[in-house]
Design a protein around this ligand. Structure first.
Ligand SMILES: NC(=O)C1=CN([C@@H]2O[C@H](COP(=O)(O)OP(=O)(O)OC[C@H]3O[C@@H](n4cnc5c(N)ncnc54)[C@H](OP(=O)(O)O)[C@@H]3O)[C@@H](O)[C@H]2O)[C@@H](O)CC1
Ligand SMILES: [K+]
Length: 492
């Protein structure tokens, strides 16, 4: 039977433990034998090998001591059956294999398969079957050396279930991790494949449900959900042909201390392009003229005291505070104005640093930190945030009673009920101004009537898609201005 192999990922994702605990139960409910699953898993990897590297002369499978290695023996077995030049480099003493892995090894040997004890540097393609969901703790030095040696060859690699060295639950990358060109994940999507540093190692992600994916989702409560741009976009209120600006919401953006007019201008322009009807900016008196220059749709107010902000906040439907806000006396004065805000408010950049200094509790707060800001908000080193972005975003949402968006590759969104959402299509936000752009889009979508949580998810998808399209157009070190026309297009 040919297993279904697809890049259309399931909507839900799980921890390694959930998969371990439930795959055998779900398989037995469906009258499927585990060993047959191993063969099917391998068949899907072999199918991808033929699809992508059908002309290769020599394949080497690198097998570990568990069932991930067992999958690998079966990939090699299929390669033999198709008369390819194949060998298995077993990192573990084969006499120590047990269970299904041992059986897969003997089935391969009985087929005439060859097992060697070193990496074949003349292979055209490697199959990484070292470690799957059974990987935990620190990588042993033996595995570390092998992984580094494989990566050094600069040859195509297909990873079985996940790139070895990656934690399937947290997305934590060990001291060494396979740099796969393709990864085929089985039965249930593991959330660690989807975010942060994992994206650097997974390559193109394929999924093979092995006939159990739907049953698994039915049986097991997912930890996270993948967001689909098209589905979310459908919940964006329709702009009627006869609509006018007051019906499309009024956003107030607060920020732009003396040296930083750019951030608040980027946020405000992105907000306009996301479709908000009216966009006001409250900024440092010295920046008023610069912020409005060339974007005369903006209503720009010079403010010096928190009291001047009160009537502006009153008129707005949504507020943003933080882009270019700084940490000066002016910044702190302006910051005081938000203490009573009782409408959706997006807190970004230095707004988050002020929030970390003195937490406040607002009714409709959305916080959008990157890793560094998240570290200050949670009072833990940023390296710890990266160890488990899923956990971190849930903690942020809970601790600040807010919707939290943790920015970075594979941006994550969580609400106060800990629902973690991994958004699709999101790429690096390394270029300056990208984060400011995102807070403007969120505000623009909420202003048009979209619920806060959905607006944050859609904004990340729009931003991510726009960045992806810009990258495809050859704009790697892109500017926010490369995204502007695309934002408009993706919202329409
Ligand atoms: N059952 C089936 O038929 C099916 C199974 N499936 C497949 O099985 C995979 C899960 O298999 P699994 O549970 O056997 O674990 P697996 O990922 O091979 O890892 C265990 C090995 O890793 C090693 N190891 C662990 N930590 C380590 C470290 N820090 N540093 C170094 N080594 C470390 C550990 O070593 P040991 O502790 O034994 O010394 C042991 O050798 C799953 O991802 C999927 O591919 C699918 O095909 C569906 C059907
Ligand atoms: K692997």
């Amino acid at each position: 039977m040919t297993p279904e192999l697809t890049t259309n990922l399931p909507q839900f994702a799980y921890s390694a433990q959930q998969v371990k605990d439930n795959e055998a139960i779900v398989a037995s409910q469906q009258n499927v034998v585990m060993y047959a699953l191993m063969q099917q898993a391998a068949a899907s990897v072999f199918q991808l090998l033929m699809l992508k590297y059908g002309n290769c002369d020599k394949v080497q499978v690198i097998a570990g001591g568990g069932n991930n290695g067992g999958d690998g023996y079966w990939v090699a077995n299929y390669a033999l059956q198709h008369e390819l030049d194949v060998s298995v480099f077993s990192v573990k003493d084969v006499n120590q294999l047990a269970g299904d892995a041992k059986r897969a090894y003997f089935d391969y040997i009985n087929q005439g398969g060859e097992v060697v004890d070193s990496l074949d540097t003349s292979a055209d393609v490697y199959i990484d079957a070292l470690l799957g969901i059974g990987f935990c703790g620190e990588l042993s030095s033996e595995y570390l050396d092998v992984i580094n040696h494989i990566n050094q060859q600069n040859k195509p690699i297909i990873a079985v279930d996940l790139p070895s060295g990656l934690n399937a639950t947290t997305g934590e990358v060990a001291k060494a991790c396979i740099n796969a060109n393709y990864t085929v994940s089985f039965i249930a999507l593991k959330q660690g494949l989807l975010s942060g540093n994992a994206k650097q190692h997974v390559g193109n992600l394929y999924f093979a449900g092995l006939g159990l994916a739907d049953a698994f989702i039915e049986h097991v409560e997912p930890l996270s959900q993948l967001v689909n741009y098209d589905a979310l976009k459908a919940s964006l209120p329709v702009r009627h042909i006869n609509s006018y600006k007051q019906q499309l919401g009024h956003v107030l953006l607060i920020g732009g201390d003396k040296p930083m007019p750019g951030a608040i201008r980027i946020a405000a322009e992105s907000c306009l392009r996301a479709g908000a009807g009216l966009v006001s900016v409250a900024t440092h008196p010295e920046n008023r003229a610069i912020v409005v220059q060339g974007r005369y749709e903006l209503m720009v107010h010079a403010v010096e005291h928190a009291t001047e902000l009160e009537p502006l906040i009153e008129k707005a439907d949504v507020c943003v505070i933080g882009p270019g806000l700084g940490l000066s006396n002016w910044s702190k004065t302006v910051w005081q104005a938000i203490e009573k805000v009782n409408k959706p408010i997006i807190i970004d950049a230095d707004g988050l640093n002020l929030l970390a200094q003195k937490p406040i509790n607002l009714a409709h707060m959305i916080i959008t930190p990157h890793c560094g800001e998240a570290s200050r908000l949670l009072g833990i080193p940023s390296s710890e945030i990266e160890l488990n972005r899923f956990d971190s975003v849930s903690k942020l949402a809970k601790q600040y009673n807010a919707i939290a968006l943790l920015k970075g590759a594979g941006s994550l969104v969580a609400n106060s009920h800990h629902t973690v959402i991994n958004t699709s299509g999101s790429v690096s936000m390394a270029s300056a101004g990208m984060g400011d752009c995102l807070s403007g889009i969120i505000a623009g979508l909420i202003a048009q009537g979209m619920p806060n949580f959905e607006a944050v998810q859609l904004a990340v998808n729009i931003h991510g898609r726009a960045a992806e399209i810009a990258e495809q157009q050859g704009k790697r070190g892109m500017l926010v201005s490369d995204l502007y026309p695309l934002i408009r297009k993706l919202v329409d």
